[in-house]
Design a protein around this ligand. Sequence first.
Ligand code: GLC
Length: 636
Amino acid sequence: MVDKHFSPEAVKSPDLPDGPQNISIDAAHPLSQTAASDSTIARNSPGPVEYEDTESAALNSPNSLQSGPTQKDVIGSPLETMGCKTLNAENSSSPDIIKQGSENVERPSPSTEEKEEGAAAEKLRKKTTFSNEVSDNVKATLKPCPSMSSNLNNYDGSEDSTPQVNASPMMEEAWERLKKSYVYYKGKPVGTLAAMDPSAETLNYNQVFVRDFVPSGLACLMESPMDSDIVRNFLLKTLHLQGWEKRIDNFTLGEGVMPASFRVLFDTAQGKENLLADFGGSAIGRVAPVDSGFWWIILLRSYTKCTHDYSLAELPIVQKGMKLILNLCLSDGFDTFPTLLCADGCSMIDRRMGIYGYPIEIQALFYFALRCAQQLLKPERDGKEFIERIDKRIRALSFHIREYYWLDHSQLNIIYRYKTEEYSHTAVNKFNVIPESIPDWVFDFIPLRGGYFIGNVSPARMDFRWFLVGNCIAILSSLATPSQATAIMDLIDERWEDLIGEMPLKIAYPALEGHEWRIVTGFDPKNTRWSYHNGGSWPVLLWLLTAACIKTGRPQTAKRAIELVEKRLSKDGWPEYYDGKSGRYIGKQARKYQTWSISGYLIAKMMIENPANISMISFEEDKKIEKPRLSRSSSF
Ligand code: GLC
């Protein structure tokens, strides 16, 4: 396939990625064959696997689902099955038709004044509801389960002393684009497209990615009035997809695996919509997304905390879905570490980047999801046992990460002086890391003030690279102790040029170059130095930085980053990522109008204007586990 990004004359700058930049291996993605045009309808190919919509009842009636997800479908056929076209806000049959019970109710589009009036009334209603809730501290109609009640009732985002964010033209544009990216299934919004770039090949960017939907979902929950339906629908729809039998070649994936992405297709022959999901079987590298299930649990908590709608999390299928996800991670095996062993490319960085093993992003999300599940699981029947297993794992995991992943000036000095070949439980250098393996750049990068969780720890291997997602999630979930969280923010301040540069934010630092790039990425032409996952800058990460800044009491740092984003993001067409050491150039293969760049900006703004919004996605400090009780040498 010819790569449309091929440009032999590509101008080089010392700041720009090098290597064989002009080949796109993404172009070989199976989806690209149909994705070129969403409206392409080929009649001769076999239709997609039949999907029976057993959960649509749940979309219509929150409380009607009592049985577990059915296993109707086998994923084995590639997604280039034809006969279908993708539906989204633009071509959905009738986004304005709301199903109420069995009736279709036509909703006329409200005028601007009506919308404003409606919004004001909704605000007032929320305010009244909130003060009622506060006065008796109990939600009259929705009774949270015991494990949810204490921690999930304190979201006060609807307390409307909230300054409504002044809708700047950039915010207005962002909202408009976000709404346009809605994907509808049977007339109901169920997610957002990854990107809507009319000028680039769609590949799989015309799908709803679970991880990409998280900032979109949070934006809808923070919106005033709140648009929680899409979040609820998304959670139910993806849960249903989890129930599919997931087979790649002859191998069946674990029951709990959540899809990386899904799409809605219209089968013209049968005149109905179908869903097609990708569990990694069509992804580059064929790796299942470990992060999807964790993000799903995290978003479920945000939804519950924000709406006080406990009925969703209490549904037996939702409880079961959570347990299936957790089962994949909590089951006994050969592990000697509480961290989760992963394949390369199983998260946001979904290509080979040397993050196999125990990557910080997954460990932090794992910890976050465990803490959310702790609040959401009902302690009935096997729920109690799950909660106990979670409690134990949280303790072990937090100790392990806080101790062995933490790097600051004094810790680096300790590693630098490590003895090797120590035997027995008294070993200080437990993983037998050879000091000579510490890369030179780390010595310059580590400031006297500040620290961070390194990328990966496993036998004789410490990946010293900085990864933003893992570190920010560690702050939000309180995996980082308060002093570690402060030190991470100090590091960001001290290393602003490297980690933020001209366009927030570096996904990883530093980039792999030369021989290392060849060995670690396998000559990946998309991940050349300072590009894409290899040291590229991703605007979506702004929301994670902002949340971490608010949590650590550093809103000024977030404001500085937001200002940088505002200088260019909209003008540049909301790209997916930027290239170059300081993030000066729009990414070589970046999609424009990337939805999570848009929604990430929106929620960063809404959090900075109303810091109460952060409680939707963060945990309060847990004083009891603030300091590891065990010391390095006595933990085993
Ligand atoms: C790319 C990114 C991945 C993202 C997807 C959709 O594959 O690496 O993190 O989810 O695009 O935006």
